[in-house]
Design a protein around this ligand. Structure first.
Ligand code: GLA
Length: 407
């Protein structure tokens, strides 16, 4: 037994020495479009186990989500057991009796990928062992298990500096040798959009999302962070995102209790933001309406557009906002968002509007080009920009269209 341990340690030391001769970096060519998948936290909190993860992988395939582009099955906090006498972390033996390697094999056999969660501090937010001081060992362990995605949280970090802490784990992952998407989760505290691009593939921009559309306006307490509040916090950040490095306004709450309109609006806005689409609901027991929202290929395509340009808020008036996102081949996504609690009549007079994106150097030339309009939620062609748009948008809902230039 001892001989085997020594051989194992020597093998890892030899591996580390060889890898250390090359400068570490983040893994390139990962997350060239915003990552798509599922994460256990929003719905299940600490109630995670291997049966849930296997069922979720099954449901991701059966529901059509895999076909729509979702691939990561991510276990959030509370999977952990204890560290052994050598410091290696093990999963909770009651919750994950078959072990993580077997779970990764199960997920991989379906053509999906496995994600896991840790924390830069001494403990995770759920008070499980954190990676502080064990970064290299943990990275090696995740690589051996076949993990494809790491969400790395920021609880119990005391005096740690975020840039250094995330660099340490980035380098540890690189040296472990398995390409792993690195998801920075420090809640926007030190503006990770300003330093995250060479370190991770995505970074949380805010504190935790809650399943309410507009908590500030529409709940008594006003304290949890709802979908609209998070949306407002993204407005200044679009310049920082692009292929391989995304702003992360947090995981989806679609199917977790908001109305169908609100879920549709939430999903539309996350797509216009080129946000990671990480579902946070119970995939094995979701309604047909929830599945229809999550698997809308046209809306997903807006999110996944290969230009990777985050959309922008073009106008705000009386609780109605108009957002645009440049797409490949001169097309645009357009969302009219009604934040009001009553339906609103909206009009858009194309000839009088000038949609210019100075960041990407693109403009929608409504004066000289006619665009065909398609409603991405009904799939219906709704005319062209030759005629003034008039529509009615229900409360907490959107009109989302694709604008395609005619030759
Ligand atoms: C933090 C993160 C959440 C989730 C929990 C788990 O709050 O921001 O997304 O991972 O920790 O404890």
């Amino acid at each position: 037994m001892r001989g085997a341990l020594v051989a194992l340690l020597m093998a890892s030391t030899a591996f580390a020495t060889a890898a250390e001769t090359a400068a570490a970096q983040k893994f390139d060519q990962l997350a060239l479009t915003p990552p798509m998948g599922w994460n256990s936290w929003n719905k299940f909190r600490c109630n995670v186990n291997e049966a849930l993860i296997r069922e979720t992988a099954d449901a991701m395939v059966a529901s059509g989500m895999q076909a729509a582009g979702y691939q990561y099955v991510n276990i959030d906090d509370c999977w952990h057991g204890a560290r052994d006498s050598l410091g290696f972390i093990h999963p909770d033996p009651q919750r994950f009796p078959s072990g993580m390697r077997a779970l990764a094999d199960y997920v991989h056999a379906k053509g999906l990928k496995l994600g896991i969660y840790s924390d830069a501090g001494s403990e995770t937010c759920g008070r499980r062992p954190g990676s502080r001081g064990y970064e290299a060992q943990d990275a090696l362990t995740y690589a051996r298990w076949g993990v494809d995605y790491l969400k790395y949280d920021w609880c119990h970090t005391d005096s740690l500096k975020a840039v250094g802490a995330y660099l340490t784990m980035r380098d540890a992952l690189y040296r472990a040798g398995r390409p792993i998407v690195f998801s920075i989760c420090e809640w926007g505290a030190t503006k990770p959009w300003t330093w995250g691009a060479p370190i991770g593939h995505l970074w949380r921009t805010t504190g935790d999302i809650h399943s309410c559309f507009d908590c500030i306006k529409n709940t008594a307490t006003g304290s949890p962070r709802g979908v609209m509040e998070i949306l407002d916090q993204q407005v200044e950040l679009r310049a920082y995102a692009g292929p391989g490095h995304w702003n992360d306004p947090d995981m989806l709450e679609v199917g977790n209790g908001m109305s169908v309109s609100e879920d549709r609006a939430h999903f539309s806005m996350w797509s216009v933001l080129a946000a990671p689409l990480i579902a946070g609901n119970d995939l094995s027991h979701m309604s047909a309406e929830t599945a229809r929202i999550l698997t809308n290929h046209d809306v997903v395509a807006v999110d996944q557009d290969s230009l990777g340009i985050e959309g922008f808020r073009y106008s705000t008036a009386d609780s109605v906002e108009v957002w645009f996102k440049p797409l490949v081949r001169g097309a645009w996504a357009m969302v009219i968002l009604n934040r009001d609690t009553v339906a609103r009549a909206v009009a858009f007079d194309w000839a009088r509007e000038s949609v210019v994106d100075s960041l990407s150097g693109r403009m929608a030339a409504f004066g000289t080009t006619t665009y065909r309009l398609r409603d991405l939620w009904t799939g219906v062609k709704v005319g062209t920009t030759a005629r003034r748009l008039k529509a009615r948008v229900p409360a907490h809902d959107v009109l989302m269209m694709q604008l395609t230039p005619t030759p």
